[in-house]
Design a protein around this ligand. Sequence first.
Ligand code: GDP
Length: 312
Amino acid sequence: VTSSGDFLLTVLSGGTGTSKLLQGLSQILKPEELSVIVNTGEDVEISGLNVSPDLDTVMYALAGIVNEKTWYGIKDDSFFCHEALKSLGHVELLRIGDRDRATKLYRTLMLKRGKKLTTISKELCEKFGVRANVMPMSDERVQTRISTENGVMTFHEFWVARKASDRVLGISFDGVDNAKPAPGVLEAIEVADSILIGPSNPITSMGPILAVEEIREALSRDSGRVVAVSPIVGDAPISGPATVLMQGLGHEVSPLGVARIYRGVAGTLVMNSTDEKFGPSIDELGIKTVFTNTLMPDRAARIRLARELLDI
Ligand code: GDP
């Protein structure tokens, strides 16, 4: 806790799972107490637009306007442009809404003018009334590529187009070797009282962030401050393709598998109360275990879990 009495929390985030938790955390913490480092490995160009799916989901979630049916885009958005493109014979991989498209177009135009992703994200957050410090993990382009038995794919080809139906052989984060943490990222890690690895896909959402060497090093230096929440309950994720991705890379799909991935980075793993049987094996890895209800179907559950995590 700083001299001003603030509790500084820095959260590592993907799209869906951690965004739910951020909704809860933002009801308790002051905006200036909350920093979020967001995965950009799923960034992709669609219809000439620079789409940063996780940055937008985090921003919309904190602004209270995210579409909670899909966890991308803006709720109650219209799709005139998407449909008009379709009638012209251009079918988009993602259903991008009209207002959401404006966000993506703004980002694209500003990148063309030479602005950095970090600056653009700050501007967008300001415009959407989000005062927490939301940052991309890096301003350099990092692209997640999934090798499957049917070829190498981006995350969107693998998940959105092919519904994770291909056997996974490996994964790479192209560009990560030259990726520097975005401005403010290392500072946010350094000054934080605690760092939270949210309940996001450990392979494609947290994987790219932790593959940025300087970020991983900064976290590992003081892993006692780092608390992770397992996105896996029992032997499955709540949503998304974590099962085939973890299996493909030889990981057990369980909180123990998650603990092994975060070993050396996280000092504590929070998991669902039904998973106590994994406790002893995770203790053996030198990771502290905490059991609680980690399911966040609604606002009340998100606030409750956020409060419990802040107590930890
Ligand atoms: P993506 O960028 O949309 O793939 O999103 P994330 O990686 O952030 O979110 C997907 C992960 O969130 C999955 O592995 C889910 O298991 C996890 N998740 C979603 N909802 C919940 C929840 O209520 N509780 C927990 N513990 N995990 C969740």
